[in-house]
Design a protein. Structure first.
Lengths: 289, 440
């Protein structure tokens, strides 16, 4: 551990921060991000390992999406810097693929699934030139890998949520990147889609690529991912899932509101305030649409 | 108007439309057509970028600029009616209006619609006041300036027409060249930025094209109605297609033809402002699209709905027929589950056509396909009820099917999926995560 890190008052139970190296596909150096002077990310320091599937987990508002957006220059960074293979993003963007949240676009837009995937090729096509046949073929292959070849010509609003999510992943594949940043690619998808997507991600890893995924389903983290970044404005823990995915770390990440006991206490507090949802367990509430 | 008069008008309109030297000069017609086509193309991107109302603010905000340019140029001792000068003034004050709107949205808590409403009316009001000042200052010499409000193509000189044709053609050319870039930025600006495209610059070019076609269109279409030429062709084209490329072509066609026919009509009927005539033509095209467009048109949608209703009626009928051991069609049973008399009248024919029933000497009975279909339906309904039951979601009927129904009816794969869903709802370690998971 470098002197800089040692001087920080980090609890001893945390996994040690890895050394920054230019080998790492993504190095985040002491990044702080603030919206209107309210900090969203505090002093985040992280090195993504090569050839790995990394889950970024944390409660709502932990800054998971912000971390991805800040890394890609979509959100301004208050302090710190981000490097890709030791270079700034502007020099590495051809090697980085991005999957935004599904809600970030208007799915009524008049384009087909194939049209959207072709957009992943636009940067390599360049200014003014139209989409070539070779690009279309490459895009088609990406759709195929996500099991969507039959739906290539469909207008995107006529796809299910899971299919739309897969179109976005296919678009990122069409970028032919070495590092992929995905913002909740598994949010709201059905079991079959989840399996298809995970297979694609594993395939990327076996090709030596790194995929960072903002993920919500804690249950599946150990099964799907080999690394995890536990985030709650600060990095709570980072490293191999088996080392960092411990009840203690999770409790710290989620502010201790993880256990049934905490939920019961919350429900009682609500009942005392006369809240109409008094006393009902939260799982029951969540099941009613 | 007597018969001969009417015939003359039609003849004149025919000559004008066929460029045989009717009431409008060829250059004016060419300019209007190019203007309409470029408005269709530029308007398509503006509508998809949700800037239709912003374009309205822009066009209304040009009026004070036109008046100010006239006053300033006249004060300098030149001819205030010079079109390039007026259009420059229009562009400057139009852009100022858009910037004012953006500033209001940014620095107040007002939403876009309120900001646009305020800016649009204030600028337009200032413009109208300045126009009346001009009228009182120099009686008679303001000739033509009031045409900018509602549009009068006849007021165009052939130089004016050439300027408009060139600007419209240039807008079409730029939009064609940058089609791919516009498509990307309009659909997903963040993704474009991550790829390294200068999103703000591309956006600026798109906005500049809106300014150009708006400003050059003012003389022919007018401050009040130019936005219609941007929005209506795009809106109508969207009803005909799901592809941006085709939408652009259709919008250009609708815009071009509307402008062409509108100019001809207003040239022949001298009291009709051109803007109104053009917008009426575009409006007619929109009305036709709304009614008759395939799949999205009202007609196609009502046919689809009728077909769906008939299908549901058939499924109810199949279920009723399955109740009888011989699978016969009992119109009393059917009447209980199928309420619509029209559907009941069509049912026997549809059941035969889809192969679910056949005609025998005893009347209509279930075919093998119909029996299988009816059974499959029941299985699906039971599975659905089972799912609702297991996940604890509200049951539509209020009742709860027995637990063993789920066991016997569902396929092993479905049971597995249902159990998985159940586990997700009730066993997750994190209350927060399970909530998000369960609420689709």
């Amino acid at each position: 551990m470098s002197p800089l890190h040692a001087s920080r008052s980090t609890p001893a139970t945390l996994a040690p921060f890895p050394e920054h190296s230019s080998e790492s596909p993504l190095s985040i150096h002491d990044v702080t991000v603030a919206y209107h002077s309210k900090p969203v990310l505090w002093d985040v320091d992280y090195d993504a390992p090569a050839a790995a599937l990394v889950a970024i987990v944390g409660p709502n508002g932990a800054g998971k999406s912000t971390l991805i957006k800040a890394s890609l220059g979509l959100t301004p960074i208050a302090s710190g810097r981000v490097e890709f293979w030791g270079e700034p993003y502007s020099k590495a963007r051809r090697r980085v693929g991005y999957v935004p949240q599904r809600e970030s676009v208007d799915w009524e837009f008049p384009v087909s699934a194939l049209d959207v995937v072709c957009m992943g090729r636009y940067a390599s096509i360049g200014w003014f030139r139209p989409v070539r046949r070779a690009d279309r073929d490459a895009a088609m292959e990406c759709l195929q890998r996500l099991g969507l070849a039959d739906l290539a010509q469909r207008q995107i609003s006529q796809l299910s949520g899971g299919q739309q999510q897969r179109v976005f992943i296919a678009r990122a594949l069409a970028q032919q990147a070495d590092l992929y940043l995905m913002d909740e690619p598994l949010a709201g998808v059905d079991a079959t889609t989840e399996k298809v997507i995970i297979d694609v991600l594993r395939n990327l890893r076996s090709q030596g690529k790194t995929v960072l995924v903002v993920h919500h389903d804690l249950q599946t983290v150990p099964e799907y991912f080999d690394h995890a970044l536990l985030l709650n404005a600060r990095v709570v823990a980072a490293g191999p899932v088996k080392d960092v995915f411990t009840p203690a770390n999770l409790t710290r990440t989620y502010g201790g509101r993880l256990t049934a006991l905490d939920e019961a206490a919350e429900a009682l507090a609500r009942a005392e305030r006369g809240d109409p949802l008094e006393g009902r367990p939260s799982t029951r509430r969540s099941a009613t649409p | 108007m007597n018969d001969t008069g009417l015939n003359t008008v039609w003849h004149d309109l025919w000559l004008t439309l066929t460029l045989q030297g009717g009431s409008a000069s060829r250059w004016v017609l060419v300019a209007a057509t190019l203007l309409g086509a470029s408005c269709g193309i530029v308007g398509t991107f503006a509508v998809l970028r949700k800037r239709a109302m912003m374009s309205d603010a822009l066009s209304h905000a040009t009026l004070p600029g036109i008046a100010t340019a006239y006053l300033a140029w006249t004060a300098l001792g030149r001819d205030g009616r010079s079109l390039p000068v007026l259009l420059l003034g229009a562009a400057l004050s139009g852009v100022l209006g858009v910037l004012a709107t953006q500033a209001i949205i940014r620095f107040s808590r007002l939403r876009e619609d309120a900001a646009i409403g305020a800016v649009l009316s204030v600028f337009f009001g200032v413009g109208v006041v300045l126009m009346s000042v001009i009228q009182s200052l120099s009686t008679g010499t303001q000739g033509g300036l009031h045409h900018f409000i509602l549009g009068q193509a006849a007021a165009m000189t052939s130089d004016d027409a050439r300027l408009i044709a060139i600007a419209g053609g240039a807008a079409v050319l730029i939009a064609t060249l940058l089609h791919k870039e516009f498509r990307l930025v309009t659909f997903d600006g963040a993704f474009a930025q991550v790829q390294g495209w200068p999103v703000s610059l591309i956006d600026l070019v798109m906005m500049a094209l809106v300014v150009i076609v708006t400003v050059v269109g003012l003389q022919a279409v007018g401050v009040v109605l130019i936005v219609a030429l941007l929005v209506i062709p795009a809106a109508a084209a969207r009803l005909w297609t799901d592809r941006l490329g085709r939408m652009l072509v259709i919008a250009a066609l609708i815009g071009g033809v509307s402008a062409y026919v509108g100019v001809a009509i207003s040239a022949v009927a001298h009291n009709t402002p051109t803007g109104a005539a053009i917008v009426l033509c575009a409006g007619a095209a929109f009305g036709v699209s709304l009614l008759f467009a395939p799949r999205r048109g009202l007609l196609a949608r009502s046919l689809d709905l009728a077909r769906l209703r008939l299908r549901i009626a058939c499924e109810h009928a199949l279920d009723a027929m399955l109740e009888h051991a011989d699978g016969r069609y009992d119109s009393h049973d059917i009447a209980r589950s199928v309420r619509s008399p029209l559907a009941r009248a069509l049912l026997p024919h549809s059941l035969r056509r889809w192969g679910w029933a056949r005609q025998t000497s005893d009347g209509l009975v279930l075919s093998e396909a119909g029996r299988a279909r009816a059974k499959a339906q029941r299985d699906a309904i039971a599975a659905w009820h089972g799912y609702l039951d297991v996940t604890g979601a509200a049951h539509p009927g209020g009742g709860r099917p027995s637990a063993d129904a789920v066991e016997h009816v569902l396929s092993p794969r479905m049971v597995e999926e249902i159990l998985r869903a159940t586990a997700k709802v009730s066993e997750l370690p994190s209350g927060g995560a399970s909530r998000e998971r369960a609420a689709p």
